[in-house]
Design a protein around this ligand. Structure first.
Ligand code: BG6
Length: 478
């Protein structure tokens, strides 16, 4: 048998991309709510255009999502039918602490997730909870500058105390920050950071990142104290950088770019700021303000497992002119260059199933800790028939190829892998573009980019396929 009998198969979502109910039961407004669809999105999510509230000129897809707030029982039942062993979901911080700086949590918010987790357990689905999937109460941005400000560490700690205590016995797998390295490219959407003219953006970003490192270590500490069964992971957007050519300059560029992501996990898993980063800070005059005890905390409370998203491998060149062509695309906010030998999805994302095996090996070789693939999948324009049924063979092909290489990484290379959750098992709003029409699901949701549709859920062809994959523990991929 390729995978351990306890291998965790499932799917992953984020609160702001599916829940909707943005103002229900005391929930406060968050950065992720005010990211509009359309041409201003990239400016807003990258912290260059101020958007701290709704206006009449834009449409905000997260307000409604796919209304999972009201449909979660139906949706989790479908996940149960597919045989999910795990469901990765995130909590919306502003449901629990609507403004972020209150002393006491909002009971209705706490109760909502308690019900959701109990619903999962009804189907023997373990919840894997992302504490922060990009969201931050907007009050914390307005009042404190969000993660720029040290005070937010305390507010995050309060959130951790509230959820670890309340969900003890219901949840044992946790992730502190989703795609922590994405803060570099989309600081407002990912961490509520907005930059005024004249602010030292690099300095502030790395200061904010330091605060997240401290918060993450504290979360791990608290989680273990509350319940020794808790396992707390870090999470980053992965995908090994390939050199554009075998020119040493390209190889070096690939290594350097890779380090900009590994930096986060070097700190969270090895427990130390790596030398290459300390040298960069020195060169660029970046001075991180730390409090006594920060470095000890980071060193002591490292991640129990390393989780990551993998959609594609990346490509780097030592020649700066190679980058100009591909910049500023909404769905390619990380500003990579195209790999000339690989195909891309309709949304311009490189397709590289073997790259998943490369990435798994790279991460495992570097850290020797258990890994968890918590996002992988194909965003595509689905064309449903009149009943909402989608023949998504292209999605099945994409997933099959990736799972095969994941299997090889486990069986042939000995990578220690706890589980695999596909991104968006049910169609949801795209984080990058805000579109609903960029779909990842095994379940089709009747909703368009501007909120029209019945919200009816319909199984796609891939639904039965994934069900079979799980039932056979990854043996039957046909
Ligand atoms: C990851 C995020 O970046 O990729 C998800 O963790 C996101 O929130 C997913 O939805 C896919 O990206 P996109 O832009 O296609 O939604």
């Amino acid at each position: 048998m390729a995978f351990d009998k306890n291998f965790l198969w499932g799917g992953a979502t984020a609160a702001n991309q599916c829940e909707g109910g943005f103002d229900k039961d005391g929930r406060g407004l968050a950065n992720v709510d005010v990211c509009p669809i359309g041409e201003d999105r990239i400016k807003v999510i990258s912290g260059k255009m101020k958007m701290f509230d709704f206006d009449d000129k834009h449409y905000y897809p997260a307000k409604l999502g796919i209304d999972m707030y009201n449909h979660y029982k139906e949706d989790i039942k479908l996940f149960g039918e597919m045989g999910f062993k795990v469901y990765r979901l995130s909590i919306a911080w502003s449901r629990i602490f609507p403004k972020g700086d209150e002393d006491r949590p909002n009971e209705e918010g706490l109760k909502f997730y308690e019900d959701v987790f109990k619903e999962c357990l009804k189907y023997n689905i373990k919840p894997l909870v992302t504490i922060t999937h990009f969201d931050c109460p907007i009050h914390l941005t307005k009042e404190y500058g969000s993660w720029k400000n040290r005070k937010i560490v305390k507010f995050y700690e309060n959130l951790c105390h509230a959820i670890f205590n309340r969900y003890k016995g219901l949840v044992e797998y946790w992730i502190t920050f989703n795609e922590i390295n994405a803060i570099l490219h989309a600081p407002f959407m990912v961490a509520g950071l907005y930059f005024e003219d004249g602010e030292n953006v690099e300095q502030l970003k790395y200061q904010a990142i330091h605060h997240q490192f401290v918060a993450s270590a504290l979360a791990t500490k608290i989680a273990h104290e509350v319940d020794p069964n808790n396992k707390v992971g870090c999470m980053f957007a992965a995908g090994t950088y390939y050199p554009y050519s075998s020119e040493p300059e390209d190889v070096f560029a690939a290594q350097q770019r890779g380090n900009m992501s590994y930096f986060f996990i070097d700190v969270q898993s090895r427990g130390k700021y790596p030398n290459y980063m300390l040298k960069k800070f020195e060169r660029e005059n970046i001075n991180i303000i730390m409090e006594d005890g920060d470095l000890e905390l980071i060193e002591k409370y490292t991640a129990d497992f390393i989780s990551f998203s993998y959609y594609r491998s990346r490509c780097a060149s030592g020649d700066p002119s190679k980058y100009e062509k591909d910049q500023d695309s909404v769905s390619n906010i990380a500003l990579d260059i195209k790999n000339p030998v690989l195909k891309q999805t309709e949304f311009g994302w490189t397709i590289d199933p073997l790259g998943l095996r490369v990435t798994l090996n790279d991460i495992y070789n570097r850290y020797q800790k258990p890994l968890f693939i918590v996002e992988n999948g194909l965003g595509a324009y689905d064309k449903p028939d009149e009943n909402g049924y989608v023949e998504d063979d292209y999605r099945i092909d994409y997933l099959r190829d990736h799972i095969k290489h994941m299997r090889d990484a486990v069986v042939l290379d000995g990578v220690e892998l706890w589980g695999y959750t596909t991104w968006g098992p049910i169609d949801l709003v795209s984080a990058g573009s805000g579109e609903m029409s960029k779909r990842y699901g095994f379940i089709y949701v009747d909703r368009d980019d501007f909120g029209k549709g019945t919200l009816k859920r319909t199984k796609k062809k891939s639904f039965e396929w994934y069900k079979k994959v799980i039932a056979s523990n990854g043996e039957d991929l046909d």
